[in-house]
Design a protein around this ligand. Sequence first.
Ligand code: TXA
Ligand code: MG
Length: 307
Amino acid sequence: MAGPDAIERAVEALRAGELVAVPTETVYGLAADASDAAAVRRVFVVKRRPADHPLIVHVADADRLGDWAARVPASAQRLAATCWPGPLTLLLERRPEVLDVVTGGRSTVGVRVPAHPMALELLRRFGGGLAAPSANRFGMVSPTTAAHVREDLGDDVAVILDGGACPIGVESTIVDCTTDPPQLLRPGAITAEQIADLLGGDVAGPSGASRAPGMLASHYAPRARVELVGSSGEAATLAAAETAHGRRVEVVDPGGDLAAYARGLYGWLRAADERGADVVVAVLPPAAGLGHAIRDRLLKAAAPRAR
Ligand code: TXA
Ligand code: MG
């Protein structure tokens, strides 16, 4: 659905404890009222997501941060002021009222202000926070169009807001601001270099036990096996070898435009599955800027799978 009526219907659905798929600048989210435990529990059921995987709370603007976070250190204030609305999630100490079902029982809460006009309009009219993971079944690639959401979740969602294709295409950068220096837990369109610049100092890599469960080795995976290579030449060689073994192969090799790579990636992986590919051969982008986020998702798509 699109248009002002669609947003009104979405607000009503959320108030009734139902789920709404909402476009953001990164990927589509599956939103529930973050203060309604039953609604948030439905998100886990619909996604088939393990209960200990916390959700990001989406809010309309940085002024709402105090509703969710017990303390907002200077680092977080600076990042919020500069990057929001935008593809950045901040982990902060949670207020005691924040539901355990949202935080996975952790002492922290993830918060972000998405930079998408439809998401912002929904958040403003709804008023509260929306707990929203990506609107895919657990472990699969995130949806970047309303059609992807419909294919994955269909009737399990009361309203699917159609805001077109997501302009960024990979999930938000996650920064844990409860540590000093802050830690980058998931790379995204806001890069480690940008964050270090904004903080005038260090940003560390993740340490300790898998801090954000999106950091599980295998995640974001299509059905097809994913093979990673370093160059177009290697991709052609490997594709020929796989084809010679009778396998259906698709090559992901979009060239040097990293923004186009990120925007297209999940759609290409889905399309490969739809066409019945056995193997996807993807050329890794350079490890710089947005390339880090693309490599991270590709490495997870290529990781050995339990299922
Ligand atoms: O771009 C995005 O962030 C999208 C859009 C919809 O906003 N959302 C998204 O949500 O990617 P999800 O649930 O697919 O990924 C959120 C990640 C998960 O790995 C989750 O474990 C982590 O954030 N996370 C959320 N809250 C956390 C917390 N309190 N502590 C540790 N990790 C947390
Ligand atoms: Mg996800």
